[in-house]
Write a new protein. Sequence first.
Length: 131
Amino acid sequence: MLAFYLDEPLSELEQNQVIHQLKVLGITIEESLDFKHITFEFSPDDSDLTHAEIIKIFEKHLQAAAVTVAKPSLFILPKGGFRWGMLLQMAFKNLTNYYPYVVQPWETNANKVITRRERLLVTDINSAMNN
């Protein structure tokens, strides 16, 4: 399965956690995930563009990262980029007909410091959304 990320791919231990969670969800994965970096050239939080315009730009970035049409994929949420993560999920859906399985490697502690999770969370957005 292709695993897309903006800032960091998963470590081997994290990858094993994700593969296990996907298997629990009924998704069979080969031995490893195929990581693809999504590049982007601007900060949507600082732009005057609408969400629809940002999603169209993200679609181009996903195409450049070789997103596969009609196949589910995995998306690793970026550090501190919740808004980007939401808009990118919409771009995935537009291009592939599936929302990606979402991995949340980051959490905010009581002091509002963003840290790496010890145990990753994988969410099946397609099951949560009305297709």
